[in-house]
Design a binder for this molecule. Structure first.
Ligand SMILES: [Zn+2]
Length: 149
């Protein structure tokens, strides 16, 4: 089994799309382009082609198990750290609709290097989604606030 991954712009669902047996990825793309209606796994039916709704990552084809999608990954972060402590950085269209806030909404944020951020009271620890599409950040209380200045 070969898979490509996608995120639905309408419902935010992570999708693992199975490339039909015997078809190339190019042929699969053509099949999707020709479809005039579809049912999204996120439970909505559209009278329009799926590629008008799905952002498909055609650059990576997975054999066997596809990696966890950003939504599943974000849910695990929320479960472990609490929703108020999880932020995202990246293309808003690809962000799972889980009510997360963008990292840019945090006041007085400084770049600490290596993609990590912090302000006077908290550090923001970087967590990349397994498919690399979105960076999430988890807010943690700074261990020794003020020590950097
Ligand atoms: Zn959808």
């Amino acid at each position: 089994m070969k898979y490509v991954t996608a995120v639905c712009r309408k419902c935010g669902e992570d999708l693992k799309l199975e490339v039909p047996k015997g078809a190339s990825v190019e042929q699969f793309k053509e099949m999707l382009e020709k479809r005039t209606s579809f049912e999204c796994p996120g439970r909505h039916v559209e009278l329009s082609g799926p590629l008008n709704f799905w952002n498909v990552d055609w650059s990576a084809v997975y054999e066997g198990e596809a990696p966890r999608g950003p939504k599943e990954f974000a849910r695990e972060l929320i479960k472990a750290h609490g929703k108020e402590n999880v932020f995202y950085l990246g293309d808003k269209k690809r962000i799972p609709r889980l009510g997360l806030k963008p990292l840019q909404s945090v006041p007085d944020l400084n770049h600490l290097g290596f993609g990590e951020f912090g302000n006077d009271t908290h550090d923001y620890i970087r967590y990349d989604a397994p498919d690399g599409s979105i960076r999430f950040y988890v807010r943690v209380v700074k261990i020794c606030a003020g020590a950097r200045s």
